[in-house]
Design a protein around this ligand. Structure first.
Ligand code: BG6
Length: 511
């Protein structure tokens, strides 16, 4: 995450361009969806933003039968569908000429010998100088064999003037034990500063803005404590079901899929202590400290503070949708959860007695990701002898998607002779202010990996801290079958118990 302070009188037009240094990107699993939907459109956007180096190349590696020409043709067609910015054929021609394909088996040593040869000819042709970004867009099972094979041909070794970085995609394990094992495998060959564990939530502009909002302004941070904040709600709601990913989802569920990763990224950014600098490791240490400060959940806590749900058939946007158990590749008696809500407490000085309510689910009424911070009511209601009997709390709401912005709800006098107070909203909308900036969400992350900035990536301890918090939930759920599944209709806000989870504390969900 590159932070540049720009002239505030000219905020909208003053965007800076600092292209990354020479490098080649090698994508393992290049025939998969991620390459055409996200990775190529992101690299292309980086080119349009003048952030790619001139000395650049991409090599796709996959088992699928194709060659460089057919790969280039396929990507040209898929770009028409997935490019987020208008297609510029001159720019694309520049880009296309730098794309190569290598058919190879991830476990076959011969493939890596060929890869090494291809990289060295690309270095010569395009001046990529032996700097390589390896993107493992493959299933988790391939991380270990790919990295082992790369190390056998010595492609993993950095030197003073050559870097070798590895991006891996979640899931990073399926529980604490497997996450530790994965970290051990990675670190047996690579150094932590070569590993970029990507969480695409940290690529979202508005998620990054949490840090700037908190630490780049002086008016909010003094109120960012249990003295002024009553509680925090984090909602990641999706309208989609499991789509074509039934097989994967049956082994994951909402808890594993969303909580220790995406939701804890949001939680750690909103609640972490101020870092002393914006160095990657300083920020990542603060994030890990915060997750480590979450009060461990006992067996009873899991019963009272965590809710799981699975969707039944229902209606979303006027369309009938089927139950989870009727979706493709889902067991008819599946006990996998598609919804989770939980209340967490953070045992540190700042957050004593401030609950954090988190919820996420599929087939909810609307797609939205937002963080709502409810401030405490004023200490006294001074409007004696008026119609004002109680004061509404202030809310600060950070909208991550699809709407991107920040709203502040405040009390205001309603017009007229009587003293009456209503709730009004001050809104900052990213798009209104800065104009649309169509991106895939991967641009910043890929660029950061090229320039060696790990701030927005998960370190090994960040990953393990997240799994540690959810471990007791996994243990209790594994041993108790949910007898009420399916327990919410598609198109509703989850099971009734999710409402009670917050209402029993005298609070309510903001949406
Ligand atoms: C992925 C999960 O990591 O994030 C998906 O595996 C989920 O199940 C997705 O749908 C949500 O991402 P976004 O960016 O659409 O909120």
């Amino acid at each position: 995450m590159t932070i540049t302070v720009i002239d505030q009188s000219n905020t909208k037009s003053n965007l800076c361009e600092m292209p990354a240094g020479p490098c080649a990107v090698v994508i393992f699993g290049a025939a998969g969806d991620l390459t055409k939907r996200k990775l190529l459109p992101s690299l292309y956007n980086l080119r349009l933003n003048k952030l790619l180096p001139e000395s650049f190349a991409v090599i796709g590696v996959s088992r699928t039968d194709k060659n460089t020409d057919s790969f280039r043709d396929e990507l040209t067609t898929s770009m028409e569908e997935y490019a987020t910015r208008p297609f510029d054929s001159d720019q694309w021609d520049w880009f296309k000429d730098r794309i190569y394909y290598l058919k190879g088996n991830f476990e076959d040593p011969q493939s890596y010998i060929e890869l090494k040869k291809l990289l060295s000819s690309v270095d010569q042709k395009f001046g990529t100088q032996g700097n390589y970004l390896f993107y493992l867009a493959t299933g988790e099972d391939y991380f270990k064999p790919i990295i082992e094979q790369i190390s056998k041909v010595q492609l993993h070794q950095c030197s003073e003037d050559q870097w070798r970085h590895f991006i891996i995609e979640k899931p990073f394990g399926r529980d604490l034990e497997s996450a530790r094992k994965l970290n051990k495998h990675l670190l047996a060959i690579l150094k932590e500063n070569q590993i970029y564990r990507i969480d695409h939530y940290l690529g979202k502009e508005t998620v990054q803005n949490i840090l700037v909002f908190r630490f780049g302004n002086s008016i909010f941070e003094p109120a960012w404590t249990n003295h002024y904040i009553d509680h925090v709600q984090i909602t990641v709601a999706e309208t989609v079901g499991v789509e074509s990913r039934g097989g994967f989802y049956e082994t994951a569920g909402a808890l594993r899929d969303m909580v220790p990763n995406h939701m804890f990224q949001l939680l750690s950014l909103i609640a972490m202590e101020p870092p002393t600098t914006f160095d990657a490791d300083v920020v990542r240490t603060k994030r890990a400290e915060l997750i480590n400060a979450i009060r461990p959940l006992s067996y009873d806590d899991v019963q009272t503070s965590v809710v799981r749900g699975q969707y039944d058939k229902g209606e979303i946007d006027g369309q009938e949708v089927q139950a989870y158990r009727s979706e493709n590749r889902i067991a008819k008696d599946s006990t996998v959860e598609t919804f989770v809500a939980l209340k967490l407490m953070i045992d540190n000085w700042r957050w004593v007695d401030v609950p954090f309510y988190l919820r996420t689910g599929k087939r909810l009424p609307k797609r939205t990701t937002e963080i709502a911070i409810q401030f405490k009511s004023p200490p006294a209601c001074l409007f004696r002898n008026t119609t004002v009997s109680h004061l509404m709390p202030n809310y600060l709401i950070m909208h991550m998607q699809p709407h991107e912005g920040i709203s502040l709800q405040i009390g205001a006098k309603l017009p007229g002779p009587l003293l009456q107070i209503g709730s009004v909203q001050m809104d900052f909308d990213y798009q209104d202010y800065f104009g649309p900036s169509p991106s895939t969400g991967y641009e910043t992350l890929i660029y950061d990996c090229m320039v060696g900035d790990q701030t927005l990536f998960q370190r090994d301890d960040n990953v393990e801290a997240g799994w540690k918090v959810v471990e007791p939930i996994q243990e209790v759920w594994n041993s108790t079958r949910p007898l009420d599944f399916p327990n919410y209709a598609a198109g509703t806000w989850g099971p009734h118990s999710a409402k009670s989870l917050i209402e029993k504390d005298g609070r309510h969900w903001q949406i």
